[in-house]
Design a protein around this ligand. Structure first.
Ligand SMILES: Nc1ncnc2c1ncn2[C@@H]1O[C@H](COP(=O)(O)OP(=O)(O)OP(=O)(O)O)[C@@H](O)[C@H]1O
Length: 553
C-alpha cells in the first residue's frame, strides 16, 4: 500500500529537481520501493499458502462433523430424509461454503485491508479530495446489502434444487437394474434433465443479479477515478496539490476502486456460502431424538440376554396414524429359540427394529434382563445383539473386511479369526475358489455375490461378533438344495448357546423352535410349540399353516 506514496514522492523529486542532483534521492526511494515490493511478494505467497491449507482444513472438518452428525441421527430421520439430499449437503453445499470462507475470505480480507488503508492514505494525501470522492460510497453500500439478501435466498433455493437432482441421480444409478429391466432409461434421463434445467434457470437469475451488481460497482469505481480527476485537477490548478500528490491519490483511488470490486465479489460469494450454509447448520445442530451413546450398561458377568415386550403400542413416526402394535406382549427367554410367524406386513421385522432400539414404542416397555432398554446405552445394547437379515447388505470392500465388520474393533481381527468364522459359516470353500480369495471385492451392496453366498458371509460376520442375542430374519426366497443345506447348517451353528429370535419362513425352523409366537393385528395371539399350536382346531396358527406357504426345507 506504500507504493503509490513512494511513486508520488519520486514524481515530485523529478519535477522539483530536474537536474542530475536528484539521482541520489531517486536511488534511495527506488531501493526502498524495491524492498517493499519484495516484502509484498513474500507476504502474498505466504498468504496464499496459509489460506489454501487452512481453508481445506475448514472444509474437511465441516464434512467430518456433518457426517458424524448425520450418522448419529435416529433411524426415523432417515425414513423422512432422502439419501441424495444428504450426499448433496456433504459434497456440493460443504464445498460451496468451504470456498466462500477460504479462497474468498482470503481475497476478501485483502480487499478489505487494501480498501481501508487506501482510504486512510487518500485522507492522508488530501483530506479535501478524499471527502469529496467518498460521497459515492453510501449508495453503493445500499445496493450491496439488497443484492446480498437476494443472493442468499436464491442460493438456498438453488442448492435445494440441486439436492433434488442429486437425489434422483443417486437413486436411479443405485437401482440401475430396475431402471433397465423396465426400460425406463429415457424417462429417467428426461426427469434428470428437467431437474438440472431448473437449476440452470435459477443460475440464470443469479447471473442476471450478479451482472447488475457488478455493473453498478464497476461504474462506481470509475466514478471515483473520474471525480478524482475533476476535483484533483481543480485543486492542482489552484496550487493546493502537487502533481506527485495527485498521482499518489489517483493510484490510491484506483486501488480502492479495485478493492471495492474485490469486496463486492467477496460479499456475493459469502452470501452464497451462507445460503448453502443455512441447511448445513440445521443438520449440524440437529439433536437426535433417540440418544446415541448414553445410558446404563449391564454387568457382563450376570448378563443373561432375556427379552420381554410388555403391552407395547407402536406406530412408525413417518405414519403415526397407522398403528403397528397394540398391546403387544412377548417373552423371549434367555438361551431359547423363539420363532415369530404372521401374515406379510403384520410387523414381524418391526419387532427386530424395536429390539435394536431403532425406534421407541409409544407406550409399554421392552426389557432386557428386566431392565427397560430405554435406560440402557443403545451402543452397548446393539453390541450384544447380532442380526442376519433376509437380504444381507455387504459393503463394497473385500470379503475379509466385510466379515471383520462384525467385530467391536475390526482392525484388531486376525486373518485366522476371519477364516475360522468363514469356515464355521460354510463360506470358506466358495471364498477360496475366488482368485483373490478373502481379498475379493464384493461390489456395491455385495452385488457380485449370490444370495446364498451373501447370507453365509453375513453369518460369518455375526459369528465374529459373538453376540449373546441373535435376531434373524429368514430369507423368503428358497435357495437350491445344496446352498439351502449349507446356509441352514451355518445358521444352526450360529444359534448355538444364544437367545434367538427368528422371523421364520422355513418349516424346519418353526418345528425346531422352543416357542412359536403368532402375530396378528398388532398383538401376539398364540404362543407355544409347533405341535401344540397345530392341535388348536380354530387356531390362527393352523389357518396360517394351511394358507401360508412355508419353505419346506
Ligand atoms: N420405516 C417405516 N415407516 C413407516 N411404515 C413402515 C416402515 N417400515 C415398515 N412400515 C409398515 O409397517 C408395517 C409392518 O412392516 P414389517 O416390515 O414389520 O412387516 P413384516 O411382517 O415383517 O412383513 P414381511 O413378512 O412382508 O416382511 C407394514 O405395513 C409397513 O408398510
Amino acid at each position: 500500500m506504500s507504493a503509490p506514496f513512494f511513486l508520488g514522492k519520486i514524481i515530485d523529486v523529478i519535477y522539483t529537481n530536474p537536474s542530475a542532483d536528484c539521482s541520489s534521492s531517486l536511488t534511495r526511494l527506488c531501493l526502498v520501493l524495491g524492498g517493499v515490493f519484495l516484502c509484498g511478494a513474500a507476504a502474498n505467497a505466504v498468504r496464499v499458502y496459509l489460506m489454501q491449507t487452512s481453508g481445506q482444513r475448514i472444509v474437511n472438518r465441516l464434512r467430518a462433523s456433518l457426517f458424524s452428525s448425520v450418522l448419529k441421527q435416529e433411524v426415523a430421520f432417515f425414513d423422512k430424509t432422502r439419501t441424495g439430499e444428504l450426499i448433496n449437503r456433504l459434497s456440493a453445499d460443504a464445498a460451496l461454503l468451504g470456498r466462500s470462507v477460504t479462497e474468498n475470505l482470503s481475497d476478501g480480507l485483502r480487499a478489505g485491508a487494501q480498501a481501508s488503508v487506501g482510504i486512510g492514505m487518500m485522507f492522508f494525501v488530501s483530506p479535501k479530495l478524499a471527502t469529496f470522492v467518498l460521497s459515492v460510497v453510501p449508495p453503493v453500500s445500499i445496493i450491496a446489502v439488497l443484492y446480498g439478501r437476494y443472493l442468499r435466498k436464491l442460493t438456498k433455493v438453488t442448492q435445494d434444487s440441486l439436492a433434488q437432482a442429486t437425489q434422483l441421480a443417486e437413486e436411479r444409478i443405485g437401482n440401475i437394474r430396475t431402471v433397465r429391466a423396465f426400460g425406463k432409461e429415457m424417462t429417467e434421463i428426461e426427469k434428470y434433465t428437467s431437474k438440472v434445467d431448473h437449476v440452470m434457470q435459477l443460475a440464470r437469475k443469479e447471473a442476471f443479479a450478479r451482472a447488475g451488481f457488478f455493473g453498478a460497482t464497476g461504474l462506481s469505481g470509475n466514478l471515483i477515478v473520474l471525480s478524482v480527476l475533476y476535483k484533483g485537477g481543480l485543486l492542482m490548478g489552484s496550487a493546493h496539490m502537487t502533481v506527485g500528490e495527485l498521482s499518489s491519490f489517483l493510484m490510491y483511488a484506483f486501488w480502492v476502486g479495485v478493492s471495492v470490486g474485490g469486496l463486492s465479489s467477496f460479499y456475493s460469494e459469502l452470501m452464497k456460502g451462507l445460503g448453502a450454509g443455512s441447511r448445513l447448520w440445521e443438520l449440524l445442530e440437529r439433536e437426535p431424538e433417540l440418544p446415541f451413546n448414553e445410558g446404563a450398561v449391564l454387568n457382563e458377568k450376570s448378563f443373561q440376554g432375556a427379552l420381554e415386550f410388555k403391552n407395547v403400542h407402536f406406530a412408525y413416526p413417518a405414519r403415526p396414524e397407522v398403528p403397528i402394535f397394540q398391546d403387544f406382549s412377548l417373552s423371549i427367554p434367555s438361551g431359547s429359540v423363539t420363532a415369530l410367524v404372521g401374515p406379510s406386513g403384520a410387523g414381524k421385522s418391526t419387532v427386530i427394529s424395536l429390539l435394536l432400539r431403532l425406534y421407541d414404542p409409544a407406550s409399554g416397555t421392552i426389557s432386557l434382563d428386566g431392565h427397560d432398554i430405554r435406560q440402557l446405552n443403545p451402543v452397548w445394547l446393539r453390541s450384544k445383539i447380532g442380526t442376519v437379515s433376509q437380504e444381507p447388505i455387504l459393503f463394497s470392500c473385500s470379503i475379509a473386511e466385510n466379515i471383520a465388520y462384525g467385530a467391536d474393533n475390526p482392525a484388531s481381527v486376525t486373518a485366522e479369526q476371519i477364516e475360522q468364522a468363514a469356515a464355521v459359516a460354510n463360506a470358506a470353500a466358495f471364498i477360496q475358489n475366488f482368485p483373490q480369495g478373502f481379498s475379493t471385492v464384493v461390489g456395491e451392496k455385495g452385488v457380485l455375490l449370490s444370495g446364498g453366498q451373501k447370507q453365509r458371509i453375513a453369518i460369518a460376520r455375526a459369528l465374529l461378533k459373538n453376540p449373546k442375542i441373535l435376531l434373524l430374519d429368514e430369507a423368503t426366497s428358497a435357495l437350491d438344495a445344496e446352498n439351502e443345506h449349507l446356509v441352514q447348517q451355518a445358521l444352526d451353528r450360529l444359534m448355538e448357546g444364544r437367545t434367538v429370535f427368528i422371523i421364520a419362513h422355513r418349516l424346519s425352523t418353526i418345528k425346531n423352535a422352543n416357542v412359536v409366537a403368532v402375530l396378528d393385528q398388532g398383538r401376539i395371539i398364540e404362543c407355544g410349540k409347533h405341535e401344540e399350536l397345530l392341535l388348536k382346531p380354530d387356531g390362527m396358527y393352523r389357518k396360517l399353516m394351511n394358507k401360508q406357504s412355508f419353505i419346506s426345507a
